[in-house]
Ligand binder design. Sequence first.
Ligand code: R5P
Length: 293
Amino acid sequence: MADLDTLKETKEYYLDIPQKSEAFFLKGSNALDWGMQNRLARIFNPKTGRTVMLAFDHGYFQGPTTGLERIDISIVPLAPYADTLMLTRGILRSTIPSSSIQAIVMRASGGTSMLKELSNEAIAVDIEDSIRMNVAAMAVQVFIGGEHEKQSIINMTRLIDQGTRYGIPTLAVTAVGKEMVRDARYFRLATRICAELGAHYIKTYYVETDFETVTASCPVPIVIAGGKKLPELDALKMAYNAIQQGAAGVDMGRNIFQSEAPVAMIQAVRGVVHENETPEKAFELYNTLKAEG
Ligand code: R5P
């Protein structure tokens, strides 16, 4: 018990210093509840406002993707370099050490395989299980213009409602059907619909032309997926251009885990995202780290 004899009588209330009321650092997120903001601050680094998400949830519809055959061997060593791990609950529980400190973004939609119509998804994780796994956000695929567009949008809004009850943000992942054109016009439409309906941040693809109009017209943060494997310098250029044109980070999978040197590549991506490193400088870093093995 505290020793009452030593209690000081004098107190300092700093009457001349008003209590600070700081704005939250993330675009469009100022009116969110404390728990929601705290989770977002685990995903996005408060110093840079950006995130490097390592995406390895591909197996939820396409099985053991190249580079993800053994996640314990190929991905677990990369985790310390990521701000956030994007994955399925099966992989989290079976393969990721529970001592990991990275924010977890849980794939929460599913129900189809690459052999069928992909847009025919449902919510695939109970909110209680997301809470149990201490996730920082839940991710849901949204198929704007797809065959099951409405169903996928309702999956998103249900997840947002459930997450809002417990302070868990929702990441809307814009999925583009094979027959659709991947251009700024499409991504403005898709990202804006997701944001208007309450998604807390949105994943989309980078496009060479007018990407800044996609980030400008979306009122919440955008992160870009990496897409198909590119030569490392090209992937770094894409990440750099996206960041300079308003993206708040990357959610990158194949361009990291299918790289010849994944540990070097994720560090080069970090340079571009968090330190505004040019692609050429980041590529130098990649080559140096790769040579060091
Ligand atoms: C699709 O399977 C997932 O949403 C991936 O997380 C997303 O496509 C990012 O991975 P990648 O950079 O390989 O495209």
